[in-house]
Structure formats: C-alpha cells, structure tokens
Design a protein around this ligand. Structure first.
Ligand SMILES: N[C@@H](CCC(=O)N[C@@H](CS)C(=O)NCC(=O)O)C(=O)O
Length: 244
C-alpha cells in the first residue's frame, strides 16, 4: 500500500501543493479517480472520513489520518516530516505564506469560478496580482532570499514555505507562461527560488508526470478557459512555454 492516498482532481492547482511536498519527502502516494472524488465529496458529512466540502483530501495510510483543507494538509505533512521550523514565529510565518497562497488561488479563479474573467476585470486585477508577487518577494528578501540563493524563511533546508511558494508561483508560470515576465520582474528572488526547486530531480519528475497527465491545465474548468483567454488576448500565439 502507498504511504498516502490523495483525492484531487486531475489538475495541478491546490493538489500540486500536496504533490510537491509528497515528492519532496520521497513518499509514495496513489491518486483516486474523479468518480471516487465525487463520491467522497458528495457523501454525507457523517459518512466522510473527514467531514469536508472539497478536495484536496489526503489520507496517511499508516497513521489512519484523513485531512482536508490544503493548508491543514501541508501543516500535517510539514510537522510530520520536519518541514516547519520549531520556532513559533517562523512556524506561524509558514502558515501565513500558505494562507496567502490559498487566498491568491481563490482570487485567480474568482472564487472557484463563481464568475468569469473579462478583459476589463483582468486588467483591473493585475496590480493586485503584482502586489501578491511583491508580498512573497519581500517576505523572502527579509530572510536573505536572493535570485541566486536562500530560502523563503532563511532556513538552511527547504521547508513548507519554500515548497508552497514553488507550488504557487512555479506551477502558475509554467502553466500560464504569459505571467512569467511579470514574476521575474516583480519577484526575481521568488522566480530564482522556483527555478532552483524545479531543477531538483524529484520535482522534475513530478513536473513531467503532471504535464503528461494534466497537459496545459492549471485550475481547469470554465474559469481556467476564461483565464487563458484574457492572458492569450495580450500575447502573440505560439510563444515558447517555460521550463520552470
Ligand atoms: N479551502 C479549501 C478549498 C477547497 C476547494 O475549494 N476545493 C476545490 C478544488 S481546488 C473544489 O473542488 N471544491 C469543491 C466544492 O467546494 O464543492 C482548501 O484549501 O483545500
């Protein structure tokens, strides 16, 4: 049996945060199919292994632990695998970065597709996206991160703060490459960190596997199509995709 079982749509988005951490710790995991995800998410809370609204859901098979909510899943994995600093402030900053990432995922998908992007609403949103990039950049810079070296919280070893930063920005610009120049300009240290993490063998393998399974999808659905439409409206077609 695999170490973990993951319920997440065949997409990167929130699931990639969990996958990036599992890959980093060298854990084995199996992913359940869409029918199983629907069955789990639509079950009565009293019948669910953890009462929840939506995936990701992760089961730690050996410990018989089942969790939903991406930040809680990362918190669990981080504590279990020593990827969250023991210092209270650094631990809270880790939680804060993951919460920032999750807020941004909601914003980029207009709250999981409650509305669709238009050219006008996307243009109006862009300064806020730039501010999120600057928030991550400033956080890293305050802890010694540069485009060439360092980590988000100044830790020697990579932790959840770094992996979540990578799962957010690295995955986003790989799947929505029109945003890469903005990240490189606004948050060069974060872009450098993402590049370094992407080059690690376990993350390279995850990226290859994900690319072949999910192709160009990032968040999927109609909101994914609407996001791509507003981005491609501003870009020449056929621009090469990032390797980050
Ligand atoms: N705050 C939750 C959000 C979960 C969520 O919105 N999951 C999406 C996929 S990323 C979903 O499919 N939700 C289904 C639903 O809410 O009915 C988390 O961070 O895990």
């Amino acid at each position: 049996m695999a170490d973990y079982t993951l319920y997440y749509w065949p997409l990167p988005f929130r699931g990639q945060f969990v996958r990036a951490v599992l890959a980093h710790v060298g854990a084995s995991w199996e992913e359940r199919d869409v029918d199983a995800i629907f069955a789990l998410k639509d079950a009565e809370p009293a019948q669910q292994p953890v009462p929840h609204m939506g995936p990701p859901v992760l089961i730690d098979n050996a410990e018989d632990v089942c969790l939903s909510q991406m930040p809680a899943v990362l918190g669990y994995l981080g504590r279990k695998h020593g990827l969250i600093p023991t210092d209270a402030q650094a631990a809270a900053l880790t939680d804060k970065l993951v919460a920032d990432a999750n807020d941004l995922l909601y914003e980029m998908t207009l709250h999981n597709g409650a509305q669709m992007w238009t050219e006008q609403s996307w243009q109006a949103y862009l300064p806020r996206l730039g501010r999120w990039m600057a928030i991550f950049e400033e956080t890293g810079r305050r802890h010694g991160l540069t485009p060439e070296a360092g980590s988000m919280l100044g830790t020697e070893a990579m932790g959840i703060a770094d992996l979540a930063t990578y799962a957010l920005w690295g995955t986003m610009i790989a799947k929505l490459p029109e945003l890469e120049p903005m990240l490189v300009t606004t948050a060069p240290a974060v872009a450098g960190l993402c590049q370094r993490i992407a080059q690690r063998p376990e993350q390279e393998k995850l990226r290859r596997d994900s690319d072949s399974a999910y192709r160009d999808e990032w968040c999927g659905g109609q909101i994914g199509a609407s996001l791509r439409a507003v981005l491609e409206a501003k870009q020449p077609h056929g621009a090469p995709r990032s390797q980050m």
